[in-house]
Write a protein that binds this ligand. Structure first.
Ligand SMILES: C[S@@+](CC[C@H](N)C(=O)[O-])C[C@H]1O[C@@H](n2cnc3c(N)ncnc32)[C@H](O)[C@@H]1O
Length: 275
């Protein structure tokens, strides 16, 4: 069965407080962070996802906030030839790149669309909805959760993966050392949102909810790699970059040699539609 698709309604968001703390991703920043996670991480979240997907057969998978399709190869493998994978992201440039990357995949459909609006899919279209490092951008957590619940079938599962409040604590410290300013509210809110907001709301909407904290660390081999990562974050963009701090200015605050660790604490919330 192909996942049912319908026009995305431009209707206003219903239910719950609305806010915009979202982050407009650019290809180069996203690519830079994904590269660092693969090269310097002691743990690849892809392995966690691969293991999770293998726990039961997967048929119709939705990847919401899919970006340029970082995990789509994995979803295609688990869905197999008879299943489908659907990716959606609000960023047309990232979707265009995902289309190029997976131009051979016949059972993949990609959509430009926002999780802040009614999802352009029929009720019960998917058995799995994955939202990796994206759901905390939603304007209205309850609205987005209800939409994801709606497009899941009877025994469907939702997986939301993202940071905890302890994620990248070293980057916040570095930012404060360099700029004398604390991280902006938007960045802090986003890093706490899955645990503080989505998890409690999911308990009221879904039949069963479990959360797992995933610990990992990025060990940068030198200050150049540390700064390359730092400069690909919103934290840098919102504070140090706006203050006109150059890479050389930042270098002066790093040890000239030696490794630089950054903790990457994540949480995976798994919500099942039925109890
Ligand atoms: C950090 S990237 C993660 C991409 C991918 N899921 C991954 O794990 O590599 C966050 C993505 O969420 C998307 N995004 C942000 N707000 C969104 C929204 N309201 N609706 C749909 N996508 C959104 C961004 O465009 C971006 O591609």
């Amino acid at each position: 069965m192909r996942a049912g698709v319908r026009e995305q309604a431009r209707s206003p968001i219903r239910g719950g407080p609305e806010m915009d703390i979202s982050y407009h991703e650019t290809q180069d920043r996203l690519t830079s962070r994904i590269r660092a996670h693969k090269l310097f991480g002691n743990f690849d979240i892809t392995d966690w996802i691969d293991d999770f997907l293998g726990r039961r057969p997967r048929v119709n998978i939705l990847d919401l906030g899919c970006g340029d399709g970082n995990h789509i190869d994995l979803y295609l493998r688990h869905a197999g030839k008879t299943g489908t994978v659907t990716g959606a992201d609000r960023d047309a440039a990232l979707i265009a790149r995902a289309r190029d990357r997976y131009s051979d995949a016949e059972n993949l459909s990609l959509h430009v669309g926002s999780m802040d609006e009614e999802l352009p899919f029929e009720d019960g279209s998917f058995d799995l909805c994955m939202v990796t490092f994206a759901v905390y951008n939603a304007k209205n957590a309850e609205f987005t959760l209800r939409e994801m619940h709606r497009v899941l079938g009877e025994n469907g599962e939702l997986v939301m993966i993202g940071p905890t409040a302890n994620n990248v604590a070293e980057l916040y410290e570095f930012n404060e050392k360099v700029t004398g300013r604390k991280a902006d509210d938007k960045t802090l809110r986003r890093s706490e949102r899955i645990v503080n907001e989505f998890l409690p709301l999911a308990l009221g909407i879904f039949g069963g909810v479990q959360a797992e904290v995933i610990n990992s660390v990025l060990t940068f081999p030198n200050r150049d790699e540390f700064l390359r990562y730092f400069c690909s974050t919103l934290l840098y963009e919102e504070i140090a970059e706006r203050e006109g701090l150059s890479l050389d200015d930042l270098k002066a605050y790093c040890p000239p040699s030696g490794t630089m660790p950054v903790s990457k604490e994540m949480v995976a919330v798994v919500a099942t539609k039925s109890a």
